[in-house]
Design a protein around this ligand. Structure first.
Ligand code: FE2
Length: 260
């Protein structure tokens, strides 16, 4: 992969996004959110990759994976008007299919095409399937970390910003009711990632997002999590209960253990 390839992909991606722009302000807000979000994920992946001392060509591959990781979001939203995979389509799989159909990756060697497509396909899977080669798994792990770090940012901006600027699809249409599911919370206490399908309310979704910390892969990602204070910021948006505080403590202990 060359620098020119990356420039070409960025230009193509920007035009691809534009083809989904809508005169409906709600739809436009949601589409724009995903486009903007992509650039933050690119920044995150480069930050992690730099800390891990990747080579220049690996950095370019990582950036391209980040650029295309959510390409499936655009046709997903166009067709279903939601970003909730469970009621529409798996956007990782749709993204991989979109890349194959659009054929833009064909300027790259086969091996790099395969890596990018697989990383896009599995970036959002609950776990990485066993049949994927180790070199590809490394990039899947990179994009999963960069993605999570930015989902937390978007989610917190949603809560910390003015109500009129909120893009509706961020909350996945989940009801903002008091209380939360003990089952979702128990995943955090058990040191496990909670499946998104278990989230029935917005509070459950916040807990699910906290449980993603157990799925982070690289120490620079844990450092970024701490620098951005995501744990406390998400916890402050949950009911102030001692069992939630205990969960936050368990997560912080886990992070510190990883980093020491
Ligand atoms: Fe995604």
């Amino acid at each position: 992969m060359t620098k020119d390839n990356v420039i070409f992909f960025k230009k193509w991606f920007s035009n691809y996004c534009k083809s989904f722009y809508s005169p409906n302000s709600e739809d436009q807000k949601n589409i724009h959110l995903k486009e903007e979000y992509t650039f933050h994920v690119c920044k995150n992946i480069l930050e992690i990759a730099k800390e891990l001392s990747l080579s220049e060509s690996e950095m370019m591959l990582a950036e391209t994976v980040a650029l295309f990781h959510d390409i499936g979001r655009f046709p997903q939203y166009a067709k279903f008007k939601t970003f909730r995979d469970s009621i529409s389509v798996n956007h990782g799989f749709l993204g991989a299919r979109t890349l194959l159909e659009e054929k833009q990756l064909q300027i790259l060697p086969d091996k790099e095409q395969e890596l990018i497509i697989q990383a896009v396909r599995f970036h959002n899977a609950f776990s990485i399937s066993k049949g994927v080669g180790e070199d590809i798994v490394f990039f899947i792990k990179l994009i999963r970390d960069a993605d999570k770090l930015d989902i937390w940012r978007v989610f917190l901006e949603f809560y910390e910003g003015p109500e009129e600027e909120r893009a509706s699809a961020v909350s996945l249409g989940l009801p903002d009711t008091p209380g939360y599911s003990e089952e979702v919370l128990s995943h955090i206490h058990g040191g496990q990632m909670a499946p998104l399908s278990k989230a029935k309310t917005l509070n459950d979704f916040k807990l699910v997002q906290l449980s993603w910390i157990y799925d982070l892969n690289f120490s620079p990602s844990f450092k970024m999590l701490l620098e951005r204070n995501y744990i406390d910021r998400i916890v402050s948006k949950l009911p102030q209960r001692s069992e939630i505080e205990m969960a936050a403590l368990a997560l912080k202990e886990f992070v510190h253990k990883v980093l020491t």
